[in-house]
Write a protein that binds this ligand. Structure first.
Ligand code: C5P
Length: 284
């Protein structure tokens, strides 16, 4: 039996500005979204019915029915009137409700996987629209590459290639609900950043990022104060160029000068804070 495989890479919002609010309550965003080499994996084989099996360290935090993969598969099957099923195996490595896209990346990977498995030929924009109907972060996760994200998540444009940037991701082990974080946000809206098309070096990219912020960070800190501890812990490691929270948190990223710096930082953080989720990676 043929088994197909897709990676659901961890999403990182290098910056995230909340620029407005729509009448339906959704927020207008300006964000630079990148993806790490780590993530969940999805495998699929043809089958009569739709089944999702879940394994991996965070398997227990994914609902068996009604998870983002099942929703994506049902939406895709309904749209293209697919009668076949699929057995999808999810290896869940990313913490959930963590600001790194977990459920959205899984939904997007399920779409990519099932388009291949079922031999579908979506017309231009069709899959993107389906992705947007599944959640604000699903379109960016569908492409899973460095992109500026605007609108409520559906407007995507090319962002600088940052392949190989050394990063460490840390989550303090506390779930954060995205609507709750948006609800706790206070203050004015920010303006959008200018959107450079490239940087000559990692240093240039970091210099640009220092002029931006994550507007959801103060709200997340008010709900989970450990976020500040995580940021401080990332900052004091040798070679740390900057640290910031991703998405609605509580996962934070640190960018390091070299991969060796990132490796050492992750080793020390994992030893000092055994209850935290700590991952060394690089951007893809
Ligand atoms: O679309 P998704 O289910 O990922 O969004 C979760 C929640 O986060 C929304 O119900 C909304 O409260 C909030 N959100 C928002 N503006 C966005 C994205 C999400 O207010 N652009």
């Amino acid at each position: 039996m043929i088994t197909l495989r897709e990676m659901a890479a961890a999403k990182i919002n290098l910056y995230l500005h909340v620029t407005g609010r729509r009448a339906n309550g959704y927020h207008e965003l300006d964000s630079w979204v990148v993806f790490a080499e780590i993530g969940d994996t999805l495998e699929a084989a043809k089958s009569d019915a739709l089944r999702v099996e879940i394994q991996g360290v965070y398997a227990h935090s994914v609902p068996k029915d009604d998870n983002s993969i099942i929703k994506a598969a049902r939406a895709l099957a309904a749209h293209y009137k697919v009668v076949q099923g699929a057995t999808i195996t999810l290896t869940k490595r990313l913490p959930v409700a963590a600001g790194i896209g977990g459920g959205s990346a899984d939904a997007a990977a399920a779409l990519r996987l099932l388009v291949r498995l079922w031999g579908l030929a979506p017309r231009a924009g069709e899959l993107e629209a389906l992705a947007a109907s599944l959640g604000a972060d699903v379109p960016v996760c569908l492409r899973s590459e460095s992109l500026y994200m605007n609108g409520v998540g559906e407007v995507l444009s090319d962002a600088p290639v940052c392949t190989g940037w050394p990063v460490v991701l840390v989550n303090p082990g506390k779930a954060l609900s995205t609507p709750q974080v948006f609800g706790a946000r206070e203050g004015d809206f920010s303006s959008a950043m200018r959107h450079p098309s490239e940087f000559a070096s990692l240093g240039g990219g970091v210099q640009f990022l220092r002029q931006a912020k994550n507007d959801l960070q103060p709200a997340a800190v008010s709900l989970v104060p450990e976020v500040e501890m995580v940021l401080a812990a990332l900052d004091v490691q040798g070679g740390c160029l900057m640290s910031r929270m991703s998405g609605s948190g509580a996962t934070c990223y640190g960018i390091y000068t070299t991969q060796e710096d990132a490796r050492q930082a992750a080793t020390r953080l994992a030893a000092a804070y055994p209850e935290w989720w700590v991952q060394e990676s690089k951007l893809k």
